[in-house]
Design a protein around this ligand. Structure first.
Ligand code: SAM
Length: 199
């Protein structure tokens, strides 16, 4: 999966990695928070695509597309088994960037981009076998509580930033670790991933 990434995907990944790095190294916040890319690092991209590929049969979703960088990693897994990822994004400027990402990378057949507030759609998704949760931290608990009942047995939910944002996410993380509907662990990769497997 990682040994033959198409040139078009690699090119867009590099472009988005540079844009994300530039935003992080800017001395002043030239862009407001909601317009910043806030992408996962490449090692997290590899991790989520490997986990997705090993999840059971079912619906794959991503909450928080931004410009489509993490989605690109997930399309590598989609391509391996000819499946699709559904990804949700609220911000119109990012929706346009993500569309550009999927078009330029020739991965449109592996992605369904759902624009607007994820909560207008999320409860309609059932049979979920993989979920990557990477949105505003105050939405994590509601996303978790909507997704977990709609997951298949053996389905995997991954939530990003649980180490970098431990202070804000503490109660959500503890809830997941004690939740008897899932087995969970915090994986120290990138900014910290909470990994939950539905029983
Ligand atoms: C951390 S960024 C996602 C980064 C992306 N996963 C990546 O690594 O390339 C979080 C995204 O969630 C989006 N978002 C925030 N609230 C949302 C909502 N209610 N519905 C859908 N998307 C939302 C933000 O606009 C932002 O682009």
């Amino acid at each position: 999966m990682f040994h033959n990434i198409p040139d078009a995907v690699l090119k867009r990944m590099r472009y988005l990695e540079d844009a994300n790095k530039n935003e992080k190294t800017e001395k002043v916040d030239v862009k407001p928070h909601h317009l910043r890319l806030r992408q996962i690092p490449p090692e997290t991209g590899k991790f989520i695509s490997l986990v997705a590929l090993n999840s059971p049969k079912g619906q794959w979703i991503e909450i928080g597309t931004s410009a489509g960088y993490s989605t690109l990693w997930l399309t590598l897994a989609c391509k391996s088994i000819a499946s699709k990822i559904t990804t949700f994004e609220l911000e119109p400027q990012k929706i346009e960037l993500a569309k550009e990402t999927f078009l330029q990378s020739n991965v449109e057949q592996y992605v369904e981009l759902v624009p607007g507030n994820v909560f207008n759609h999320l409860s309609h998704y059932t049979g979920i076998s993989f979920c990557f949760l990477d949105t505003e931290k105050e939405l994590y608990t509601d996303c978790y509580e909507t997704v977990i009942p709609n997951m298949v047995s053996g389905g995997i939910l991954l939530a990003d930033n649980v180490i970098s944002h431990k202070a804000v996410l503490g109660s959500m993380i503890n809830h997941a670790l004690q939740d008897e509907r899932v087995d969970s662990v915090v994986v120290p990769i990138g900014e910290g991933i909470l990994m939950c497997r539905k029983l």
